[in-house]
Design a protein around this ligand. Structure first.
Ligand SMILES: Nc1ncnc2c1ncn2[C@@H]1O[C@H](COP(=O)(O)OP(=O)(O)OP(=O)(O)O)[C@@H](O)[C@H]1O
Ligand SMILES: [Mg+2]
Length: 285
């Protein structure tokens, strides 16, 4: 399979608004890619996530033009109103996804629905909870009584428990502190490395993902305005779009160094950063 997510000239309008929310979007996300999509409020990011996990067009009314193929299946031809099998989805509002009254039941239900045996489900629940940095004592609790950060981790654990081929996460870090975010991002990266999972994450916080990303996409008014690997993304990002992107501090430092030392074609590797930052500091002292 060449593209895990294959969108060709995709247009989408919700029936209630009638306006095009996605406009001529074409994108191929390859196996094991780690893609981050960012952009301002209302740009269409969540709508694109709904497309990637199959909720659009099956659970939303509207008009779709173009082609959508996910994990080799034409999404427009499949009928079930749920998230596609083999796709994990973490909504930006985790509470909306909870269906049971205990964390253990929540993860087990998801596993059973995707065909995992009850014997294996127990092991997978413990594994998933550990992956997102939670302890087993949380399993008996109601997901509704947890802190917002814990809810977010439970939602992620539920999605990764099935070891999906494609994992789509819509603002998964919004309720996590810095340490919590780093832990969750590392667990997503481990899933990618160990299970060959393709990751699409929608986030404003790019810095914590930066070292793992294959590409970054900027969404503006329903279009993909810029898609490239991290270094080229920030090099090509036009000044007028900078206000839509939370440019990581490390990139600002790098851009400064590029100008200061005319480093056009150099890599954003740890080693070259270290060399140039040291040079810069020597110059300052
Ligand atoms: N269920 C829906 N029915 C009708 N219109 C919708 C629906 N969901 C989103 N929209 C509209 O689609 C447009 C894009 O919304 P979307 O939620 O995809 O943006 P977003 O980039 O995720 O924004 P945010 O950063 O605020 O989450 C908005 O104009 C929004 O009002
Ligand atoms: Mg959104």
């Amino acid at each position: 399979m060449s593209c895990v997510v294959d969108l060709r000239n995709l247009w989408w309008a919700y029936e209630s608004s009638g306006e095009w929310v996605l406009r001529n979007v074409s994108l191929c996300v390859k196996e094991k890619e780690f893609l981050l999509i960012t952009g301002p409020a209302g740009a269409g990011k969540t709508t694109l996530a709904r497309i990637m996990c199959g909720l659009i067009p099956r659970s939303y009314r509207g008009v779709l033009k173009g082609r959508v193929s996910i994990l080799g299946k034409e999404v427009t031809n499949t009928r079930s109103p749920q998230v596609l099998s083999d796709v994990g989805f973490v909504s930006s509002d985790p509470e909306m996804q909870f269906l049971t009254m205990s964390v253990e039941d929540e993860i087990t239900l998801r596993l059973r629905l995707s065909g995992v045996s009850s014997e294996e489900a127990g092991e997978r629940v413990s594994w998933a909870i550990k992956q997102v940095g939670l302890s087993e004592s949380i399993l008996d609790k109601s997901p509704y009584e947890l802190s917002s950060g814990q809810k977010q981790r439970v939602a992620i654990a539920t999605a990764i428990a099935t070891k999906p081929k494609l994992l789509v996460l819509d603002e998964p870090l919004s309720n996590l502190d810095w340490a919590g975010a780093e832990e969750v991002v590392k667990s997503i990266e481990l899933l990618r490395l160990n299970q060959q999972t393709t990751i699409v994450v929608i986030e404003h916080r790019i810095d914590v993902f930066m070292q793992y990303l294959s590409r970054i996409a900027l969404m503006l008014e329903g279009t993909l305005a810029l898609v490239d690997d991290p270094l080229n993304f920030f090099m090509k990002l036009p000044k007028e779009f900078e206000s839509y992107v939370r440019v990581p501090e490390i990139v600002r430092i790098w851009k400064y160094l590029v100008l200061r030392y005319s480093l056009r074609n150099e890599n954003l590797s740890d080693e070259s950063l270290k060399t140039h930052i040291t040079k810069l500091f020597r110059g300052l002292w």
